[in-house]
Design a protein around this ligand. Structure first.
Ligand SMILES: Cc1cc2nc3c(=O)[nH]c(=O)nc-3n(C[C@H](O)[C@H](O)[C@H](O)COP(=O)(O)OP(=O)(O)OC[C@H]3O[C@@H](n4cnc5c(N)ncnc54)[C@H](O)[C@@H]3O)c2cc1C
Length: 389
């Protein structure tokens, strides 16, 4: 009989794990409280970028995942037409940011990224919309973009898995006195399994309370289609975005009239629209966007790219990032509990890392070795006593 795995969560992480387990010949059931891509994976940007990753483990994994996206998006691959290659541009707007971006460039070089610093003339050729007197722009080549919900749909439709929508997992099924997880409980009954993977994003802590997940909202803006947008050669990430991502700026303390340099990202979509973001505030409410925050982001965007002034905004929305205390995802077998695995806490990096994480967690579950970087993501590092609810 085939080994049966139940995956809790049909976001990009659960979908990638499902695809890779199914390729290995396992029977897979994916259970979601709502449906595929109902969480962060359906409300995010889709930058597949090493440029914005913290040096070390995350940067190394992003490099591998980026290469794997290219492989999966070949004409026969499950992600064909979903992943689009383009450059990332890191923009420094003052001397402090030049120092910051120069340090990031050094880390990127050491990690093996292909990059170049642009002088004024090269910059105007590539990005004529950017205002003058920008002291440094770094181009990181061979980066890419994929919409989270597209990746989810393609992984799930290209493999043989059963999907249960509108089914909330309320608890793990652990027989009293046992250290083995044998399935999950839902209002519709128990789903028995040989293994359970919790890939439930923000919902993961409810099932495994030792994984401490904090909610961080991000607000995003979509413009109409325009020539300006389609002329963009890649995504612009301002140094302030890098600083906010790595916790150097406490963005929650910023106001509409706050410090110059929102954590600004301007990302051209394949539709000819621009996605502009983003905020980082402690909130688990994706239903609300705030006028002041949106105004602040747009003001910064127009300040650096005056040509955006005449574009219409057609949509504003928010998504919730699931962040762990140390900012790193948690991926691996739950110590002290046979048959229980976890992959969560991807914060702002899950779209980028999902293909690699899916492949490598499936390998781990199949008893094969994975990259050493995954060892540092294991749940054992959290040091808590493990017991499932
Ligand atoms: C504003 C914003 C911008 C972002 N930009 C980028 C970017 O440019 N690049 C990048 O790499 N990443 C980005 N991210 C991060 C990325 O979106 C996330 O890391 C990724 O989507 C997480 O995927 P996931 O599968 O872990 O979680 P989710 O997509 O949240 O999926 C979890 C699923 O579990 C389900 N679930 C929860 N609890 C239960 C339960 N008890 N029972 C059953 N189902 C349950 C939910 O319904 C949900 O469908 C961004 C995020 C935001 C919010």
């Amino acid at each position: 009989m085939k080994r049966h795995v139940v995956i809790v969560g049909a976001g990009i992480i659960g979908a990638s794990i499902a695809y890779h387990l199914s390729v290995l010949g396992m029977k897979v059931t994916v259970i979601d409280a709502e449906g595929p891509a109902a969480g962060a994976s359906g409300s995010s940007d889709g930058a597949v970028a090493i440029a914005t990753k913290s040096p070390g483990c995350l940067m190394n994994l992003a490099l591998q995942s980026k290469a794997y996206y290219s492989e999966l998006s070949g004409s026969e691959g499950p992600l064909s037409d979903v992943y689009h290659q383009r450059s990332t541009f890191l923009v420094a707007t003052n001397d402090t940011e030049v120092t910051f971006v120069t340090e990031q460039a050094e880390s990127l070089r050491q990690a093996g990224a292909s990059l170049r610093a642009l002088d004024g003339a090269a910059l105007r050729n590539i990005l004529p919309e950017l205002r003058n007197n920008i002291p440094l722009v770094l181009e990181i080549r061979e980066e890419g973009h994929a919409l989270g919900y597209d990746v989810v749909q393609h992984f799930l439709k290209n493999c043989d898995v059963t999907i249960r929508r509108n089914t909330k997992v309320t608890a793990l099924d652990m027989p009293a006195g046992s250290n083995r997880c044998i399935g999950v409980r839902t209002p519709d009954g128990v789903f028995a399994a040989d293994d359970v993977v919790v890939a439930a994003g923000l919902g993961s802590s409810r099932l495994i309370p030792q994984v401490d997940i904090r909610a961080e909202r991000g607000q995003l803006i979509i413009t109409e289609r325009s020539k300006v947008a389609s002329s963009f050669p890649g995504a612009l990430f301002f140094a302030s975005y890098l600083a906010a991502k790595s916790g150097l700026i406490d963005q929650a303390s910023q106001t509409a009239d706050g410090p110059d340099g929102a954590a600004l990202v301007i990302d051209p979509l394949s539709t000819g629209q621009l996605l502009i973001g983003s905020t980082r505030e402690p909130s688990d409410d994706p239903a609300h966007t705030e006028f002041a925050a949106v105004q602040h982001i747009l003001k910064q965007a127009v300040d650096y790219l005056p040509a955006l002034h005449d574009l219409n905004v057609i949509r504003v929305f928010a998504g919730i990032r699931a962040r762990t205390a140390d900012g790193l995802p948690v991926v691996g077998q739950v110590p002290g509990c046979d048959g229980l695995w976890v992959a969560t806490g991807f914060a702002g990096d899950g779209i980028c890392l999902a293909p690699l994480v899916g492949r490598e967690l499936a390998n781990m579950m199949n008893g094969n070795n994975t990259f050493p970087d995954f060892t540092s993501l294991g749940p054992a590092r959290l040091g808590a006593a493990w017991s499932a609810t």
